[in-house]
Design a protein around this ligand. Sequence first.
Ligand SMILES: Cc1ncc(COP(=O)(O)O)c(C=O)c1O
Length: 439
Amino acid sequence: MFPFHLWPLTAHFYRGRLYLRHLDLADVATELGTPLYLYDATTIEHAIAAYRRGLRAWPGEARLAYAAKAWFTLAMAQFLDRRRLGLEVVSEGELAIAEAAGFPPESIHVHGNNKSPALLRRALELGVGAIVLDNLDELDRLEVLAAAQGLTTSQAIWLRLNPDLVAPTHPYRQTGHYGAKFGLSPDEALTAAGRIARHPDLKLVGVHVHIGSQIFDLEPILAACERLIELATALRQRGHVIRFLSPGGGLGQPYHPDDPRFDLVQAVERVARHCAEVWERQNGRIEPPTLVLEPGRSLIARAGVALYTVGSVRRLADGSRIVAVDGSMADNIRPALYGARYTACLPARPLDAASGPCRIVGPLCESGDVLLPAVALPDVRPGDILAVPVSGAYQLSMASNYNAALAPAVYWLEDDHLLLIQRRQRPADLLQRDLPLPP
Ligand SMILES: Cc1ncc(COP(=O)(O)O)c(C=O)c1O
């Protein structure tokens, strides 16, 4: 069975070849050149709708904000704004892209465990929707910067709680346990709240928690929601008005046919319903705050397809093959970093019988430059196009220029239009920051 649930919603077969809408994937890759990334807007719309449907289980107002770190460009910022999503950014760079797209600052909240003074200054200048305080050292800086800035209205602050919970995911993606670098302990959060209340230019309006990414078992997320609401309740009892409650992002995304299926609407509903019950248990009929979810991966991953051209096929004595393509760990570091597993197919003949396992490697000078350690493929020849689904999140946003590899072109498929939204990097781009030594 072809795993259509891992491909964009517009994927289908026509005359034995794989298409997205009207696009023959193998032909489009050959025509536009590879490595190439395609994003299918319909699939993103569908994920947004799933979140919004699930959020109806929350009795108050609910908002959806996108975590820019998953993948972010000017076009993506425009797309999100047109659909009235908020945005979560963590760096001057992400904030600058949002600004360039004209994203409304009041719909942006700024995260980060070590926000630079430049990021804090710009966030204050713009009057972003919220700065999410991560630690007390940051508060020292923020108090000084806010006082120096001459703000006309006070800056809204959320507190990021470290709930001391281990998320069932790769250790690199766990962000909510005591040893993690993120967030305030409950005591620190209460201290921060007191200091913020005494500062004329800062106002505490929200609380936040995010325990990690790529989480399928919701129990630890529900436990984090409880600790978050306990904090909100404690703050309310001390006289603070908490208008925003954010249980972060982190919901799982299947990448491989063996991964568990995951129903996004049901998962969001469960989180929202649990928050509603805990809120009511602790706060009775007090009006619930606005619930803010901030997913990245589960909104964008499935929409992306990576397309590569096969350059060489090496047969090993055990019958397996090493297939070298023109993409690499430079555009997808996830297999090397986390042992992330993917599937792939030859879109010109996706249903041909497999003739044994292939290791898909890139051209970079490192044996860790592996995109898929083992995938069953039919006979593969140089010149064939290879398509890798679920390539939309944490790939291009984590890309590097190792070996001076050039970043792929990115196209956006919306309705029947295929639009270039990020041109392929050129060697001259790599030289843009370089300065020569004097003669
Ligand atoms: C604070 C915060 N919010 C949201 C996200 C998005 O998580 P995901 O892409 O798993 O939904 C992240 C990423 O881990 C994060 O650090």
